[in-house]
Design a protein around this ligand. Structure first.
Ligand code: HEM
Length: 417
């Protein structure tokens, strides 16, 4: 299946990369294709940002975390109203997450967190992830139709990450609402009153997580909250409670939003070409290839910001000190320099994955193994329990605005008999 509309490279970068434009929201790959070969580090004059779409250039930036810092990744892409800014200044919104700093803090923190996402831990989690996936399908299988996004692709990773962290089940809907408001502040422009509402939600969210940390200090449990409290209470602490709040907020978002969208994006491509889905039904060994192809072809994380800490050159382009950049991992996934037939979703690609769907360098996704496991379990469970699944008649994929960061469907209506 091909989704790239050929776009003339004559179109200005500002028009190609307009995150509010329907053309970009529905098919960012057309913009990537128009710049990648001819202008892989393109200046976007309206946003004063450099959009990096060449795989070699992306790898260069990702390899050099000192010259291209991720320290400002969570600061938001659009200016805030004075009222929202005042609320956020009094919150932890601008506190640098321990993920976005340099070694040695970054290394110590990742080592602590990495334990919770290691292959050993994942082996112990797998049976309960499978149970959750089956329970979800059993919950809607009699209906003959479902929104696969809301009823399956969302609750599966959300349940798993909340269990790992230790978020009580009865609070998860509220946490999801806060999470969405925090993310929206970062990636989409909004009117001042909505900004203020979201800023107040950020404060409420932080107070809630601080409360959970206090609870664990009184009453430890076998979860990530307790590990972070212990790390904050060490003689040479890896983090403070405020760092833990910021890190947990990142992990809750990264731990479900991304995987939800990967599962839904991948299923929409598999069901969009019946032969692909039939191949998976016949040979479950193809599930891993489908997940990797989903990450390459239609990654749920499109890119990440970086800032140049000194005047420098990326590829053949000179950048000033302080240059703000958008490193588009999704563009690398379809770079014809390394992948044959890049605009087709295929299950027969050979060799280890070379896409950048989980990033590259020291900030490579901490949850990559978990995301792969959850996505594989999701596809296997659907193939086993609902092999006759198909897209609802007339389904046209519509995507939600995700700035230069996220890519996800608004809904995935499916039916089966
Ligand atoms: C399909 C699912 C996922 C995708 C596509 C994805 C993608 C990415 C990418 C591209 C990065 C690099 C960002 C950068 O370089 O600035 C990243 C980092 C990260 N991801 Fe994921 N992710 C996924 C799932 C998860 C899960 C399940 C977790 C669970 C905790 C997670 C936690 C993180 C964290 C904490 C970082 C920051 C790591 C660091 O800066 O050292 N992600 N992810």
């Amino acid at each position: 299946m091909s989704t790239t509309n050929p776009v003339s490279s004559e179109i200005p970068v500002e028009k190609l990369f307009d995150p509010q434009a329907e053309s970009f929201i529905e098919c960012p790959h057309a913009a990537f294709a128009a710049t990648r070969g001819t202008n892989p580090v393109a200046h976007h004059a309206d946003l004063d940002e450099w959009i990096v779409t060449g795989k070699a250039e992306i790898e260069q930036v990702q390899r050099d975390h000192e010259r291209f810092t991720s320290r400002y990744n969570l600061d938001g892409s659009y200016p805030f109203s004075p009222e929202a800014q005042a609320v956020l200044d009094g919150s932890l919104f601008f506190r640098v997450a321990l993920y976005n700093v340099d070694p040695p803090e970054h290394t110590r923190f990742r080592t602590l967190i990495g334990e919770y996402f290691s292959p050993r831990t994942l082996r112990t989690l797998e049976p309960s992830i499978r149970r959750t996936a089956r329970r979800l399908v059993e919950g809607f299988s009699a209906a003959g139709r479902a929104d696969l996004l809301q009823e399956f692709a969302y609750p599966l990773p959300m349940t798993v990450i909340c269990d790992i962290i230790g978020i009580p089940p009865e609070d998860r809907d509220q946490v999801k609402a806060w999470n969405n408001e925090w993310l929206a502040l970062q990636v989409v422009p909004m009117p001042p009153e909505q900004q203020l509402h979201c800023a107040n939600s950020v404060v409420a969210y932080e107070q809630y997580v601080l409360g959970l940390l206090r609870d664990r200090r009184r009453e430890p449990a076998d979860d990530l909250l307790t590990a972070l409290v212990n790390a904050a209470d060490e003689e040479n602490p890896v983090c403070e409670d405020e760092d833990a709040v910021v890190a947990l907020r990142v992990m809750i978002a990264a731990g479900h939003e991304t995987t939800t969208n990967l599962i839904a994006n991948t299923m929409s491509h598999l069901l969009g070409d019946r032969q692909l889905w039939e191949s998976v039904i016949e040979d479950r060994g193809l599930v891993a290839a489908a997940v990797e192809e989903g990450l390459r072809f239609d990654s749920s994380v499109q890119g990440a910001p970086r800032v140049a800490t000194e005047a420098t050159t990326v590829g053949a382009t000179d950048l000033p000190e302080g240059a703000r950049m958008r490193v588009m991992f999704a563009a690398a996934g379809r770079d014809p320099e390394w992948v044959e037939d890049p605009d087709t979703f295929r299950l027969d690609r050979q060799g280890p994955p070379r896409h950048l769907g989980f990033g590259y360098g020291i900030h490579f996704c901490v949850g990559a193994s978990l995301a792969r496991l959850e996505s594989r379990i999701a596809l296997e469970t659907l193939a086993e329990m609902l092999p006759r699944l198909r897209l609802e008649d007339g389904f046209e994929p519509r995507h939600l605005p995700g700035g230069f960061v996220f890519r996800g469907l608004a809904a995935l209506p499916v039916v089966w008999s």
